[in-house]
Design a protein around this ligand. Structure first.
Ligand SMILES: CC(C)(COP(=O)(O)OP(=O)(O)OC[C@H]1O[C@@H](n2cnc3c(N)ncnc32)[C@H](O)[C@@H]1OP(=O)(O)O)[C@@H](O)C(=O)NCCC(=O)NCCS
Length: 181
C-alpha cells in the first residue's frame, strides 16, 4: 500500500485547479466550484491525500443541523482508483466526525461508494425513513439548478441511495462521564 501525506490544504494553486477540473469532468460527483473548495479549506472540512508531490484524492464533509454531518464529496483521481485510497479517505472523514460526536449522512449513486459506506458502518436508508434533521437539510439544499445538474448526470439505471450512521450515544456519554470525573 502506498504511503500518503494527509494535508488540510493543497500544496499549491495549480494542484487545486487541476483537481477541480478532474472533479467537474466526473459523472459521479456534483459540480464543485473554487469557492466551495476554498470554503471547505477555511472551515477545515476537507483532507487532501498526497502521494509524494501528487495530489491523489480528497475527502470532504459538510456539517449541518446540530450534531449532523454530510460525508462527501469524496474523490480519488483516476490513476489511483481501485487501490484502497477511497476507503482511506472515507475512514478519515468518519474518524474526524466521530471524534466530534456527529451523526453521519451520505448520499451517492456510485456503486463503489455504496460499497464503501456499507462496509464502514453506514446503513442504507430509504428517503422517507431519514431522520427529520436530514430531511430538512435536503429540502434546504435542493434548489432547482442543483436538481437539473443532478438529472443531467444521472443515467437511467443509476439509483441514488441514502446512508446514515447514528452516533453511539453510550460511547459519547461514557466519554463525557469520564471527563467530568
Ligand atoms: C468512489 C471513489 C472515491 C472510490 O475510490 P477508490 O480509491 O477507487 O476506492 P477503493 O479502491 O478504496 O475501494 C474500492 C472498493 O469498492 C469495491 N468495488 C469496486 N468496484 C465496485 C463496484 N462496481 N460495485 C461495488 N463495489 C465495488 C472494491 O472491491 C473495493 O472494496 P473492498 O476494499 O471491500 O474490496 C472513486 O471511484 C471516485 O473518485 N469516483 C468519482 C467520484 C465519486 O463518485 N465520488 C463519490 C461521490 S460522493
Amino acid at each position: 500500500m502506498m504511503d500518503f501525506d494527509i494535508l488540510a490544504e493543497p500544496r499549491n494553486q495549480a494542484d487545486k485547479q487541476a483537481l477541480l477540473q478532474e472533479v467537474n469532468e466526473s459523472p459521479f460527483i456534483g459540480q464543485m466550484t473554487l469557492h466551495e473548495l476554498d470554503h471547505h479549506i477555511e472551515r477545515k472540512s476537507i483532507l487532501f491525500f498526497y502521494e509524494e508531490d501528487t495530489l491523489s484524492a480528497f475527502s470532504a464533509w459538510i456539517p449541518f443541523a446540530k450534531d449532523w454531518v454530510e460525508l462527501g464529496p469524496f474523490f480519488t483521481r483516476e490513476a489511483y482508483r481501485g487501490a484502497g485510497l477511497g476507503k482511506r479517505t472515507v475512514i478519515s472523514a468518519i474518524d474526524a466526525n466521530r471524534a466530534l460526536g456527529r451523526n453521519m449522512y451520505g448520499v451517492t449513486k456510485n456503486d463503489v461508494m455504496k460499497h464503501i459506506f456499507t462496509k464502514h458502518g453506514l446503513a442504507e436508508t430509504p428517503l422517507f425513513k431519514l431522520p427529520q434533521p436530514v430531511l430538512q437539510y435536503l429540502v434546504v439544499k435542493t434548489n432547482p439548478a442543483r436538481i437539473v445538474r443532478g438529472l443531467q448526470k444521472l443515467k437511467p439505471n443509476e439509483k441514488v441511495a441514502h446512508y446514515i450512521q447514528i452516533k453511539d450515544n453510550s460511547a459519547i456519554e461514557a466519554e463525557h462521564g469520564s471527563s467530568r470525573s
